[in-house]
Design a protein around this ligand. Sequence first.
Ligand code: VGL
Ligand code: ZN
Length: 239
Amino acid sequence: MTDTGLDFTRRAALGMLSGAFAAAAARAEQAKMQIGETDVLIVVDVQNDFLPGGSLAVPKGDEVIAPINALAQKFAHVILTQDWHTPRHASFASTHSGKKPFETTALRYGTQVLWPDHCVQGSRGAALADALDIAKAELIIRKGYRADTDSYSAFNEADRRPTGLAGYLKERGFKRVFCAGLATDFCVAWTAQDARGAGFDAAVIEDASRGIDTQGSLAAAWEAMAKAGVQRINSAAIA
Ligand code: VGL
Ligand code: ZN
């Protein structure tokens, strides 16, 4: 074989290889979840009190903001949630004499984890993170606004009373709910599970969420979500 022939063969082989790579890349892109009109992104509780420096700071909570801003561009429809408590809320340790944050107490609807005061209505801590850049958000749903009732989930308060979100999403024709934000093991997990309970497909975007992880809560939440049929995905799985 002449040098030119070898050269030609190598070039042809390279060309075929890069063609194969391009085809594989195209297939990988097609394998990603395609986002459409019946999908909604729920950005959960990305509020100052849950960020470093906040009163109930989620470790690395600020790291959710960049991936969430990027995700929001891939969705036609985005809604936000805001933890929105009264002063002296029943979920605050300070409301119960002798109780410290992260202890529990019995409330009328069951066992309540007690938290530092956080997300008090109208406070700077309750405000959405400044760096959150989602002007297109169509709804902000507030929760936990009754003094005697917590609400991790955006769908149901702790006593299971509906917030109205399922009705809103159904009336608008949404079928699939993607959840991201803070905290993975509380408000994100409960929102995703209640989305399943209300008949939606649901996924949690792990790299766009961070957990509190108190007393094994993060592993327990992933287990409960798997049982409820919540998909565990990363941003990269979305086209
Ligand atoms: C949350 C604890 C108390 C949350 C809200 O957003 O996950 N966690 N309130
Ligand atoms: Zn709260």
